[in-house]
Design a protein around this ligand. Structure first.
Ligand SMILES: C[C@@]1(CC(=O)O)C2=NC(=C\c3[nH]c(c(CCC(=O)O)c3CC(=O)O)Cc3[nH]c(c(CC(=O)O)c3CCC(=O)O)/C=C3\N/C(=C\2)[C@@H](CCC(=O)O)[C@]3(C)CC(=O)O)/[C@H]1CCC(=O)O
Ligand SMILES: NC(=O)c1ccc[n+]([C@@H]2O[C@H](COP(=O)([O-])OP(=O)(O)OC[C@H]3O[C@@H](n4cnc5c(N)ncnc54)[C@H](O)[C@@H]3O)[C@@H](O)[C@H]2O)c1
Length: 223
């Protein structure tokens, strides 16, 4: 399987099935996209997501309906999603979601099967995020429980990576603007992102990280 990242902002994700899996998928996508869940019944977590759930501005939309397999293509046509999620407990409906999505040229995530897939039929990975850094993890469908366990380990491992991305991204731009030769610039940025001192400094605050980074950069540029 080949991992790719998608920007779903401004797009719709259409989830069929409002049970525990549909709720998890809705929760996973609702910060990135408009999420609509179609189902005859809804998990409690979905009902609270639909209420706005505290300070999250994106509310999930719930549509109470039980589409037959033969209706699914119409729902997809009407809501025009970028991604359809098949999360009902009815295998025929899930299969109809998959074929209608693939016929319509949109992505589909089938939650009730694992293993090989047609192009356009995607797996949702376990994800760790420290904005703008995201780590996506899949076991190729073999062991979702392992994907979750590994995700929990990586969560601790990438703590502070978002700050480091912001700092090293800014340094990269500054060195470019200062006309530093590409070789030196790359070496400086590579050393900054590997420096224990910079990582530690960032834990105390952005300006401490910046100070540590400046020392590393001077060492590289003075040589
Ligand atoms: C990563 C994650 C993302 C997410 O769902 O958002 C995700 N599953 C998660 C958790 C999880 N899922 C299951 C358990 C119970 C333990 C177990 O059975 O293993 C647990 C763990 C738990 O709940 O503790 C059961 C399960 N999952 C699938 C089936 C159907 C089948 O295998 O046929 C069944 C059996 C149903 C049954 O028979 O009862 C299928 C898929 N689940 C996937 C993703 C895709 C492959 C990902 C990969 O390549 O690793 C794939 C193929 C399709 C898809 O959904 O995209 C999320 C972790 C979120 C996190 O990070 O916390
Ligand atoms: N991907 C995963 O991580 C994962 C985990 C567990 C189970 N599963 C699989 O995913 C499926 C759903 O699991 P669940 O635990 O959420 O089940 P669930 O029974 O809790 O939820 C199924 C939902 O689908 C709804 N539904 C039924 N018919 C529908 C229709 N025609 N249109 C729209 N919605 C309809 C039901 O009202 C219910 O809300 C199961 O088939 C299971 O095999 C996947």
């Amino acid at each position: 399987m080949t991992p790719l990242y998608h920007d779903l902002s401004g797009e719709t994700v259409l989830v069929f099935g409002g049970g525990s899996v549909g709720a998890r998928k809705a929760r996973g996508f609702d910060e990135a996209a408009r999420v609509v869940v179609v189902s005859p019944a809804f998990d409690e977590r979905l009902l609270s997501l639909a209420d706005g759930d505290g300070d999250r501005d994106a509310a999930v939309e719930l549509v109470r309906a039980a589409p037959e397999a033969s209706d699914v293509a119409d729902w997809i046509d009407r809501l025009d999603p970028a991604l359809a999620v098949a999360a009902t407990d009815d295998a025929a409906v899930n299969a109809a979601v998959e074929s209608a999505a693939l016929d319509g040229g949109i992505l589909v995530n089938r939650t009730d099967v694992s293993g090989g897939r047609d192009p356009g039929s995607v797996v949702v990975p376990a994800t760790v995020e420290d904005d703008p850094v995201t780590v996506a993890l899949s076991t190729g469908g073999t062991s979702p429980a392992l994907a979750k366990a590994l995700r929990e380990r990586i969560e601790a491992e990438i703590e502070g990576a978002g700050e480091m991305a912001a700092l090293s991204g800014a340094i990269r731009e500054e060195l470019k603007a200062d006309g530093v030769a590409p070789e030196k610039r790359r070496e400086a940025v590579r050393r900054v992102v590997r420096s224990r001192g910079v990582w530690k400094g960032l834990q105390k605050g952005r300006s401490y990280g910046r100070q540590e980074a400046d020392t590393v950069i001077e060492e590289v540029l003075d040589r």
